[in-house]
Design a protein around this ligand. Structure first.
Ligand code: C5P
Length: 201
Protein backbone atom coordinates (compact mmCIF):
# COMPACT_ATOMS: atom_id res chain seq x y z
CA UNK A 1 0.00 0.00 0.00
CA UNK A 2 1.56 3.34 -0.95
CA UNK A 3 -1.19 5.79 -0.15
CA UNK A 4 -0.35 9.35 0.94
CA UNK A 5 -2.65 11.04 3.46
CA UNK A 6 -2.27 14.83 3.79
CA UNK A 7 -3.68 16.42 6.95
CA UNK A 8 -3.53 20.21 7.26
CA UNK A 9 -5.07 22.86 9.48
CA UNK A 10 -4.40 25.72 11.89
CA UNK A 11 -2.55 25.40 15.20
CA UNK A 12 -4.17 23.14 17.82
CA UNK A 13 -6.98 22.07 15.48
CA UNK A 14 -6.42 18.45 16.50
CA UNK A 15 -4.66 17.48 13.27
CA UNK A 16 -1.63 15.96 15.02
CA UNK A 17 -3.63 13.61 17.21
CA UNK A 18 -5.81 12.69 14.25
CA UNK A 19 -2.85 12.08 11.94
CA UNK A 20 -1.03 9.90 14.48
CA UNK A 21 -4.12 7.77 15.11
CA UNK A 22 -4.92 7.36 11.42
CA UNK A 23 -1.32 6.29 10.77
CA UNK A 24 -1.44 3.74 13.59
CA UNK A 25 -4.81 2.42 12.42
CA UNK A 26 -3.54 1.66 8.90
CA UNK A 27 0.08 0.89 9.80
CA UNK A 28 1.34 3.91 7.82
CA UNK A 29 4.48 5.94 8.58
CA UNK A 30 3.77 9.32 10.18
CA UNK A 31 5.57 12.67 9.88
CA UNK A 32 4.70 15.74 11.97
CA UNK A 33 6.12 18.38 9.62
CA UNK A 34 5.61 21.12 12.24
CA UNK A 35 8.50 19.55 14.15
CA UNK A 36 10.87 20.37 11.28
CA UNK A 37 9.94 24.06 11.50
CA UNK A 38 10.00 24.02 15.31
CA UNK A 39 13.50 22.51 15.30
CA UNK A 40 14.69 25.02 12.69
CA UNK A 41 13.13 27.83 14.77
CA UNK A 42 14.99 26.74 17.90
CA UNK A 43 18.26 26.60 15.97
CA UNK A 44 17.58 30.15 14.81
CA UNK A 45 17.10 31.20 18.45
CA UNK A 46 20.46 29.51 19.15
CA UNK A 47 21.99 32.01 16.72
CA UNK A 48 21.90 30.45 13.23
CA UNK A 49 20.47 32.22 10.18
CA UNK A 50 17.09 30.59 9.29
CA UNK A 51 18.36 29.01 6.06
CA UNK A 52 21.42 27.57 7.84
CA UNK A 53 19.17 26.24 10.59
CA UNK A 54 17.00 24.46 8.01
CA UNK A 55 19.92 23.07 5.99
CA UNK A 56 21.71 21.77 9.07
CA UNK A 57 18.74 20.05 10.71
CA UNK A 58 19.77 16.71 12.16
CA UNK A 59 17.88 13.83 13.74
CA UNK A 60 19.11 15.02 17.16
CA UNK A 61 17.53 18.46 16.57
CA UNK A 62 14.16 16.76 16.16
CA UNK A 63 14.48 15.18 19.59
CA UNK A 64 14.98 18.36 21.64
CA UNK A 65 12.54 18.33 24.60
CA UNK A 66 11.68 22.03 24.12
CA UNK A 67 10.11 21.64 20.66
CA UNK A 68 6.54 21.66 22.01
CA UNK A 69 6.94 24.96 23.89
CA UNK A 70 5.05 28.12 22.93
CA UNK A 71 8.44 29.71 22.20
CA UNK A 72 9.25 26.99 19.65
CA UNK A 73 5.83 27.45 18.03
CA UNK A 74 6.44 31.18 17.57
CA UNK A 75 9.98 30.66 16.26
CA UNK A 76 8.68 27.96 13.88
CA UNK A 77 6.11 30.27 12.37
CA UNK A 78 8.80 32.94 11.82
CA UNK A 79 11.25 30.66 9.98
CA UNK A 80 8.32 29.03 8.12
CA UNK A 81 7.51 32.33 6.38
CA UNK A 82 10.90 32.18 4.60
CA UNK A 83 10.56 30.61 1.14
CA UNK A 84 14.18 29.42 1.14
CA UNK A 85 13.65 27.60 4.44
CA UNK A 86 10.56 25.90 3.01
CA UNK A 87 12.45 24.90 -0.15
CA UNK A 88 15.27 23.40 1.95
CA UNK A 89 12.78 21.15 3.77
CA UNK A 90 10.76 20.10 0.73
CA UNK A 91 12.70 17.08 -0.58
CA UNK A 92 12.81 15.37 2.80
CA UNK A 93 9.04 15.72 3.20
CA UNK A 94 8.26 14.52 -0.34
CA UNK A 95 10.54 11.52 -0.01
CA UNK A 96 8.84 10.63 3.26
CA UNK A 97 5.40 10.99 1.67
CA UNK A 98 6.23 8.64 -1.18
CA UNK A 99 7.91 5.91 0.83
CA UNK A 100 6.78 2.38 0.09
CA UNK A 101 4.11 1.34 2.56
CA UNK A 102 2.39 4.71 2.55
CA UNK A 103 2.50 7.72 4.86
CA UNK A 104 0.48 10.28 6.76
CA UNK A 105 1.89 13.82 6.97
CA UNK A 106 0.42 16.70 8.91
CA UNK A 107 1.21 20.40 8.57
CA UNK A 108 -0.02 23.52 6.78
CA UNK A 109 0.86 22.94 3.12
CA UNK A 110 0.88 19.16 2.70
CA UNK A 111 -2.20 19.04 0.44
CA UNK A 112 -1.35 22.24 -1.45
CA UNK A 113 2.45 22.14 -1.96
CA UNK A 114 4.23 19.06 -0.56
CA UNK A 115 1.82 16.40 -1.85
CA UNK A 116 -0.67 17.94 -4.27
CA UNK A 117 -1.33 14.42 -5.60
CA UNK A 118 -2.12 12.87 -2.19
CA UNK A 119 -4.92 10.30 -2.39
CA UNK A 120 -6.61 11.68 0.73
CA UNK A 121 -6.56 15.32 1.90
CA UNK A 122 -8.18 16.40 5.12
CA UNK A 123 -8.33 20.01 6.35
CA UNK A 124 -8.96 20.03 10.09
CA UNK A 125 -10.51 23.06 11.80
CA UNK A 126 -11.97 23.98 15.21
CA UNK A 127 -13.20 27.24 16.73
CA UNK A 128 -10.55 29.62 18.11
CA UNK A 129 -11.80 29.17 21.68
CA UNK A 130 -11.66 25.37 21.55
CA UNK A 131 -8.21 25.40 19.98
CA UNK A 132 -6.88 27.76 22.65
CA UNK A 133 -8.34 25.61 25.46
CA UNK A 134 -6.85 22.43 23.97
CA UNK A 135 -3.40 23.96 23.54
CA UNK A 136 -3.53 25.53 27.01
CA UNK A 137 -4.38 22.14 28.58
CA UNK A 138 -1.52 20.54 26.64
CA UNK A 139 1.04 23.17 27.71
CA UNK A 140 0.01 23.21 31.38
CA UNK A 141 -0.03 19.39 31.51
CA UNK A 142 3.59 19.61 30.35
CA UNK A 143 4.39 21.86 33.32
CA UNK A 144 4.25 25.30 31.63
CA UNK A 145 2.65 28.19 33.53
CA UNK A 146 0.81 30.21 30.93
CA UNK A 147 -2.54 32.04 30.90
CA UNK A 148 -5.33 30.96 28.54
CA UNK A 149 -5.55 34.47 27.06
CA UNK A 150 -1.84 34.40 26.23
CA UNK A 151 -2.24 31.05 24.46
CA UNK A 152 -5.24 32.38 22.52
CA UNK A 153 -3.37 35.51 21.43
CA UNK A 154 -0.35 33.43 20.47
CA UNK A 155 -2.44 31.09 18.29
CA UNK A 156 -4.24 34.00 16.63
CA UNK A 157 -0.94 35.70 15.76
CA UNK A 158 0.58 32.47 14.48
CA UNK A 159 -2.48 31.64 12.33
CA UNK A 160 -2.52 35.16 10.88
CA UNK A 161 1.17 34.85 9.94
CA UNK A 162 0.67 31.32 8.50
CA UNK A 163 -2.36 32.42 6.44
CA UNK A 164 -0.88 35.72 5.30
CA UNK A 165 2.58 34.64 4.14
CA UNK A 166 3.45 34.64 0.44
CA UNK A 167 5.14 31.23 0.46
CA UNK A 168 2.80 28.23 0.93
CA UNK A 169 0.15 30.02 3.03
CA UNK A 170 -2.17 27.96 5.20
CA UNK A 171 -5.31 27.19 3.21
CA UNK A 172 -7.35 24.11 2.32
CA UNK A 173 -6.50 22.40 -0.97
CA UNK A 174 -9.42 22.59 -3.40
CA UNK A 175 -9.92 18.83 -3.17
CA UNK A 176 -9.55 18.60 0.63
CA UNK A 177 -12.38 17.32 2.81
CA UNK A 178 -12.97 19.76 5.70
CA UNK A 179 -13.34 18.25 9.15
CA UNK A 180 -14.52 20.60 11.93
CA UNK A 181 -13.56 19.05 15.27
CA UNK A 182 -15.07 21.82 17.48
CA UNK A 183 -17.81 19.52 18.73
CA UNK A 184 -16.33 16.13 17.91
CA UNK A 185 -14.66 13.75 20.35
CA UNK A 186 -11.26 12.46 19.29
CA UNK A 187 -12.83 9.05 18.62
CA UNK A 188 -15.50 10.52 16.32
CA UNK A 189 -12.96 12.64 14.43
CA UNK A 190 -10.70 9.60 13.98
CA UNK A 191 -13.62 7.47 12.81
CA UNK A 192 -14.43 10.03 10.08
CA UNK A 193 -10.83 10.28 8.95
CA UNK A 194 -10.44 6.49 8.94
CA UNK A 195 -13.56 6.19 6.77
CA UNK A 196 -12.12 8.72 4.28
CA UNK A 197 -8.85 6.78 4.00
CA UNK A 198 -10.58 3.38 3.86
CA UNK A 199 -12.59 4.57 0.85
CA UNK A 200 -9.29 4.88 -1.09
CA UNK A 201 -7.80 1.49 -0.26
O1 C5P B 1 1.95 22.26 13.61
P1 C5P B 1 2.83 23.07 14.50
O2 C5P B 1 2.07 23.96 15.45
O3 C5P B 1 3.85 22.24 15.22
O4 C5P B 1 3.66 24.03 13.51
C1 C5P B 1 4.47 25.07 13.99
C2 C5P B 1 4.61 26.14 12.90
O5 C5P B 1 5.37 25.60 11.82
C3 C5P B 1 3.30 26.60 12.27
O6 C5P B 1 2.70 27.69 12.96
C4 C5P B 1 3.71 27.00 10.87
O7 C5P B 1 4.19 28.32 10.83
C5 C5P B 1 4.88 26.09 10.58
N1 C5P B 1 4.54 24.98 9.68
C6 C5P B 1 4.47 25.25 8.33
N2 C5P B 1 4.24 24.24 7.45
C7 C5P B 1 4.06 22.99 7.88
C8 C5P B 1 4.09 22.69 9.27
C9 C5P B 1 4.32 23.73 10.15
O8 C5P B 1 4.61 26.38 7.91
N3 C5P B 1 3.87 22.01 6.98
Amino acid sequence: MSITVAIDGPAASGKGTLARKVATHFGLAYLDTGLLYRAAGMKMLDGLAPIEAARKLSAADLERPDLRSAEAGRAASRVAADGDVRAALLDFQRAFAHRAGGAVLDGRDIGTVICPGAEVKIYVTASEGVRARRRHAELTAGGAQIALEDVQRDLAERDARDRGRASAPLRPAEDAVQLDTTELSIEDAVARAVALVAAHL
